[in-house]
Ligand binder design. Structure first.
Ligand SMILES: Cc1cc2nc3c(=O)[nH]c(=O)nc-3n(C[C@H](O)[C@H](O)[C@H](O)COP(=O)(O)OP(=O)(O)OC[C@H]3O[C@@H](n4cnc5c(N)ncnc54)[C@H](O)[C@@H]3O)c2cc1C
Length: 495
């Protein structure tokens, strides 16, 4: 029986990054993939974020035939009639934090091309790859310690360490006893149709505007993402959310005129219906045990906002490969030794992503994945824009009408701001804010509810334009010094 230093289960982006890192550091490494080739069993298309190219030198050499660079993303809003009412686009900022981020939003590729290329880098580094092999579980020695894996071909392979890179339904996680199945509230089901189209048609219709999000009052947010010669169109939501058959919602997405136009104008032909899962965790907690580390989707590292997972799978794979080397040098693969893995990923961009985990989940559940919120958010946005920009009346009259137009939305807006958006902002602010001093917090909680309604009532009654006096004073003596002081503090912390 062959003995390895490290066995990696799964030949996705995480598995290949782990196998590559481990093999490069001189560890005898094998990785298993159940598909006949890596990528065969995965979602069709994927958007790679600029982070992938900032943090992995080897990614800069990526040159895949069906890549489309997304330089623009568009958010479409549609109301309860399934009619699109608004559309907003954005492009990379000229003040983006690093060069790749200033050039594109994502690079859209096919997993059937990306995964084999990444696996090739791992084998070139010296890792062995065995495809068409499904790992059915970990094995244990006579003392009950994990000492390898067994496969559906009836083989057994021994190793000091096993890295579970086997995706969202991780056999390694379950058979190693690290965790059971995910709770339905922690995982989303995504339905998706893969289309093929001619490159020239997509170039003409879509170009670089290759990421479309469809936010609706009828279905959880959908998407149409374009690669060079195809697109995938779909939607998803938490497993515990679906109130009707998921196809009901998918049909509504496909009934949207904008989606139909994209399909028609690109002359896109449906190739395959796909159904996949991805985690939406607030805080991954089960990522290692004696002799085992979990990476990527197996650990639940997909980002809790929009399920970006390839970067986090590769990053955790790299960290696990490094920790494997150090643990084997120490001759200690116990959970205590492998706790270093969790310390490292918490201290990395992966951990950063989960600082605001709970607040992000509140926002995604409360708004993004919640068409009930779309019922008021979408008309509110439309009424705000219409109220400001319409020419049905004089602009003075429109401005006068604006408060009456928007006031009905206030109760839900205020509740959502308090419940989802303010905590999201606070949790994600940099540097992570400290909890307030308990006495000051108590004083503010006592004082503000008494003072603010009084001010609001007075402000609503007044017919004098005090705001002409107070707004510039507030800006000059409160907002400006606050922003300046905050910027100075951030700069000092950065030094
Ligand atoms: C519809 C959809 C769209 C997405 N879009 C994006 C996107 O645009 N950008 C992005 O960054 N992320 C996206 N994600 C998330 C991303 O796909 C995952 O986070 C990422 O693939 C995780 O990589 P991984 O290597 O951990 O797992 P996977 O990519 O799932 O790879 C696991 C591999 O292990 C193999 N395997 C599983 N079990 C076994 C076994 N028992 N034995 C042997 N092999 C096994 C599988 O065949 C697979 O190749 C999307 C997810 C979904 C569902």
């Amino acid at each position: 029986m062959k003995k390895y230093d490290v066995i990696v289960v799964g030949g996705g982006p995480g598995g290949s990054a782990a196998a590559k890192t481990a093999a490069e550091s001189g560890l005898k490494t094998i990785f298993f993939e159940r598909g006949t080739v890596p990528g065969e069993k995965n979602v069709s298309g994927t958007g790679l974020s600029p982070k992938c190219f900032r943090d992995f030198d080897f990614m800069r050499a990526m040159d895949l035939p069906h890549e489309r660079v997304a330089t623009m993303a568009t958010l479409h809003l549609s109301d309860e009639r399934n009619v699109e009412t608004n559309m907003f686009s954005f492009t990379p900022s000229t003040n983006a934090p690093y060069p790749e981020a200033g050039e594109y939003l994502t690079r859209n590729v096919y997993r059937s091309e990306l995964d084999p290329w990444l696996a090739g880098l791992a084998t070139a580094a010296g890792a062995e790859l065995q495809t068409s092999t499904k790992v059915t579980g970990v094995t244990r020695d006579s003392a009950g310690r994990i000492d390898g894996v067994k496969t559906d071909r009836g083989e057994a392979f021994k190793a000091d360490l096993v890295i579970g890179a086997d995706g969202v339904i991780s056999t390694v996680a379950r058979t190693a006893g690290i965790r059971d199945k995910w709770d339905p509230s922690e995982v989303a089901m995504i339905l998706n149709v893969d289309f093929g189209a001619a490159r020239k048609d997509i170039d003409a219709v879509i170009g670089g505007n290759a990421l479309h999000y469809w936010y609706s009052a009828l279905f959880p947010v959908g998407y149409s993402f374009f690669s060079a010669e195809g697109c995938h169109i779909g939607l998803g939501c938490y497993m515990d959310w679906w109130k009707k058959n998921p196809h009901y919602y998918l049909d509504k997405l496909f009934a949207l005129e904008g989606v139909q136009q994209q399909i028609k104008l690109c002359k896109a032909k449906a190739r395959e219906f796909q159904n996949h899962m991805v985690t939406f965790l607030t805080n991954p907690t089960t990522t290692y045990s004696d002799s085992v580390m979990l990476i990527g989707d197996a650990a639940g590292f997909a980002c809790p906002f929009e399920a970006e997972g390839v970067y986090y799978a590769m990053y955790s794979g790299m960290l696990a490969g490094r920790v494997a080397k150090k643990a084997l040098e120490r001759g200690d693969v116990s959970a205590r030794s492998l706790a270093e893995y969790e310390r490292l990923w918490r201290d990395s961009p992966i951990g950063e992503e989960f600082i605001g985990g709970e607040a992000i989940e509140g926002f995604v559940r409360g708004i993004g994945f919640n068409p009930d919120a779309g019922r008021w958010v979408i008309p509110m946005i439309n009424d705000a824009m219409y109220g400001l920009l319409n020419v049905a009346e004089s602009h003075t009259e429109s401005a006068r009408n604006l408060p009456a137009l928007l006031t009905p939305y206030l109760p839900e807006l205020v509740e959502t701001l308090a419940r989802d958006l303010v905590p999201l902002g606070i949790n994600m602010s940099k540097p992570p804010s400290r909890p307030p001093d308990a006495r000051v917090a108590r004083a503010l909680k006592w004082l503000l509810p008494k003072v603010l309604p009084f001010i609001a009532r007075r402000a609503a009654r007044t017919e004098n334009r005090y705001s002409e006096v107070t707004t510039p004073l507030l800006m000059e003596y409160f907002a400006k010094p606050f922003v300046q002081a905050k910027a100075r503090r951030l700069e000092e912390n950065g030094r």
